[in-house]
Design a protein around this ligand. Structure first.
Ligand SMILES: *Cc1c(COP(=O)(O)O)cnc(C)c1O
Length: 391
């Protein structure tokens, strides 16, 4: 069975984890810091804070942007539910704005309309869908006008670049950027996430929130009379200064991810080659087209979604997926628009308010894309899909 996505582990990764196991430290050690530095250096950000998952990264980034009860957070309907859930974790309300047809990213036009309709948006979470960077210059401009913070959900886009050549994660157009290291993403930690930022006070808040809200670095004590006696600071003393969480990543996971990031450029190069081959194969196919027609040359190429007009062929998506599976080809749908989920409908969201997202969803199918997918296997995927659509 060829899955739609999969991690790649080599002997160096195994040795890296073994090294952590022999190091005497399993958590809160130097491997976490080394991985944070590796990511910060790679993307070109001042600070990086590693956490237990991309979802934890989204939750903490919403809190660090001061999103709270009574606030609104805007995101795209075409994303994993975690991007929107971050607002709810923080006690805020979610607002969606529709996607653009050529990118399946948050549409700047729809964003502008939503900001006019909801004057009190506290934060915006654009998602670089399938790894394709959003139009961050326009999004940041609109966010600044509205007084909203920007948090980039870059779970798909580690290794991607903006048009100016800087890496996604550098936070040139945002306050924070989050990443995920779930095995299906660009690099694997098992589970893991990261937040990058150039803002020192945000960085310090993230460090506290990751670990119970306890003071970190040289945070001043709020009760100095408890912290010190006449001779100096009490060695056992720490302060919980706000309500934080336990969202730490282990050194075992960080050791694996730090080994993986060394291979990221190789991973990216093969993904890019596969995407170019898919694009060429479907360029003149009347039944299948790449979901993103925009320039993908600096995309992270996390997944390969196509659009199929299922109404025009004599098969449903369910039938196509099952036939693919019968031939050993895995596929998936990214994503069910978030406002369609029963929980979001109960909150009053109406899927038909996002017609472009709904149109995309009715046609979407994600084909296999991962480092270990060979060109031969890819040709088989293409031929199999073509055969199924034409019989
Ligand atoms: C994977 C993903 C997340 C969540 O990451 P986890 O590490 O699984 O918690 C958030 N947003 C998007 C767009 C994702 O694809």
């Amino acid at each position: 069975m060829i899955p739609y996505g999969k991690h790649h582990i080599d002997e160096f990764d195994i040795q890296a984890v073994v090294e952590v196991l022999r190091s005497g430290t399993l958590t809160q050690g130097r491997y976490v810091e080394a991985f944070e530095k590796a990511v910060a250096d790679y993307v070109g950000a001042r600070f990086a804070v590693a956490v237990s998952s991309g979802t934890a990264a989204l939750h903490l980034s919403a809190l660090a942007a001061d999103v709270g009860p009574g606030d609104k957070l805007l995101t795209t309907p075409i994303t994993f539910v975690a991007s929107a859930n971050a607002a709810l974790y923080a006690g805020a309300e979610v607002v969606f704005a529709d996607v653009a047809a050529d990118t399946v990213n948050l549409s700047p036009m729809a964003l502008k309309q939503a900001l006019a309709l909801h004057p009190k948006i506290k934060a915006i979470i654009p998602v670089h869908f399938a790894g394709l960077p959003c139009d961050m210059v326009t999004i940041k401009l609109l966010a600044d006008e509205a007084g909203a913070a920007v948090i980039e959900d870059s779970a798909h886009a580690l290794g991607a670049c903006y048009p100016d050549g800087t890496r996604v994660g550098a936070c040139t157009h945002s306050l924070m950027t989050i990443f995920s290291f779930h095995p299906v993403k660009a690099i694997a930690a098992g589970e893991g996430g990261m937040i990058t930022t150039n803002d020192e006070s945000v960085y310090r808040k993230l460090l506290r929130l990751r670990s119970h809200g306890v003071n970190k670095l040289d945070d001043p004590f709020q009760l100095p009379e408890q912290a010190n006696d006449t001779e100096g600071t009490n060695p056992w003393y720490y302060e919980m200064q706000e309500l934080g969480f336990h969202y730490r990543i282990t050194d075992i996971q960080a050791g694996l991810a730090a080994s993986q990031i060394k291979q990221l450029d190789a991973f990216m190069a093969h993904r890019k080659a596969l995407v170019e081959r898919y694009d060429r194969a479907f360029a003149n196919d009347p039944l299948v087209r790449p979901a993103q027609s925009a320039d993908k040359s600096s995309s992270g190429n996390h997944i390969y979604p196509v659009r199929i007009d299922f109404a025009a062929i004599d098969k449903t998506r369910r039938q196509v997926m099952l036939l693919l599976r019968d031939h050993g080809v895995g596929s998936q749908v990214h994503y069910i628009p978030v406002p369609m989920h029963p929980f979001y409908r109960r909150l009053g969201h109406v899927p038909s308010d996002y017609p472009e997202a709904m149109r995309y969803y009715s046609e979407a199918l994600t084909l296999p894309l991962f480092f270990d997918l060979s060109f031969e296997q890819q040709d088989f995927v293409i031929a199999t899909l073509r055969g199924i659509l034409r019989t």
